[in-house]
Design a protein around this ligand. Structure first.
Ligand SMILES: *Cc1c(COP(=O)(O)O)cnc(C)c1O
Length: 334
């Protein structure tokens, strides 16, 4: 099963991930709510990056890479999962942690994903900016060039725009997998950060003939910036997966009602989302991504995105490890 058979894929996700109705949250919200458990996708606490990494590692293996480089925020789930998969493949993992979130506690800097990456013996670099994706990628390439001189074979996973969105192919797969499990939905809700997950899910649904609405909850940029970014990713994806060409501009829906105070910082809607999921389902959300995407589910009727009784699929993208790095933030809000 592959977004496009031209693209080599390493099997990382234990697919299909569970998809089950939540009776209690459905009653609470007056909708029929299903939760797609991509928090269970892949090893070492899982998450959506496991699906994205299937294609990045597929490409890396095709090139004969022995070292993987990735960049992200200090509490990056992408970094932690890249390290885990690299270790399992016998590759050397290098993660670059960006200074992206203001007012960080020691716990933020040392616990959660950073702790796990260190435990797995990752080589850790730092980057002093958090809003310079091209600069962060350039720093990875500089390190990769030095490794080549030493005879290593590095593979860089890019963060900035303009590269083929290989990771989005993982969510083309997830779209088909979800439709095969429970048929179509009225609405899908997912976190929209880099936009790979959002773009891949939307393209995969349209490519499979679904006209479900897909709402991306902004976790990093305002709706005014994120909508066009997702649109550009869909266009680049069409070169890898022709089904993406069926996406039209009106399909790209973003909501930023839970974004503030900003990336990696939790506002009242996110705190409420974490508490609601924990107390109704005994299921954890993370403070950076899934708290903000689930906040969109709680707001769906209010923002006019769905009516009572609609079939809604909430895509839980994981991130559990970061929750421990935010323990003090949750304590002050409770
Ligand atoms: C990275 C991440 C996202 C956002 O995915 P993108 O493809 O970058 O938009 C959502 N949830 C979690 C837990 C993540 O780690």
């Amino acid at each position: 099963m592959s977004g496009d058979d031209r693209h080599r894929r390493l099997n990382i996700v234990l697919a299909p991930t569970p998809l089950a109705v939540s009776e209690r949250l459905s009653d609470l919200l007056g909708i029929e709510l299903f939760i797609k458990r991509d928090d269970l996708a892949g090893p070492t606490l899982g998450g959506n990056k496991a699906r994205q990494l299937e294609y990045h590692f597929g490409a890396a293996l095709s090139e004969g890479a022995d070292t993987i480089l990735v960049t992200g925020a200090v509490q990056s789930n992408f970094a932690r999962l890249t390290v885990a998969v690299a270790r399992a493949q016998g590759m050397h993992p290098i993660v670059q942690l960006e200074d992206r979130v203001p007012g960080k506690s020691d716990r933020y800097l040392e616990s959660g994903n950073v702790f796990l990456s260190r435990l797995m013996g990752a080589e850790i670099m730092t980057y002093p900016e958090g809003e310079d994706e091209a600069g962060a990628d350039a720093a990875l390439h500089e390190r990769a060039d030095a490794l080549r001189v030493e005879g290593r074979r590095p593979y860089v996973i890019h963060l900035s725009e303009g590269h083929p969105p290989l990771g989005a192919l993982g969510y083309v797969d997830a779209a088909k997998e979800t439709l095969d499990q429970k048929g179509d939905f009225d609405v899908f809700v997912v976190a929209s950060g880099s936009g790979s997950t959002h773009a891949g899910l939307l393209a995969g649904l349209r490519g499979a003939g679904s006209s479900a609405r897909v709402i991306g909850s902004c976790v990093r940029r305002s709706a005014a910036e994120q909508g066009p970014r997702v649109g550009r990713t869909v266009k680049r994806l069409a070169k890898l997966y022709p089904g993406a060409a069926s996406v039209v501009d009106a399909d790209i829906r973003v909501w930023d009602g839970a974004l503030m105070p900003g990336y990696g910082q939790l506002g009242p809607p996110g705190v409420e989302a974490i508490r609601t999921m924990a107390t109704y389902e005994g299921m954890m959300l993370d403070p950076v991504y899934s708290a903000k995407s689930f906040a969109a589910v709680l707001a769906l009727v209010e923002i006019g995105e769905t009516t009572r009784g609609s079939r809604v699929c909430y895509v839980h993208t994981g991130g559990l490890a970061a929750l421990f790095a935010y323990e003090d933030v949750m304590a002050c809000c409770s």
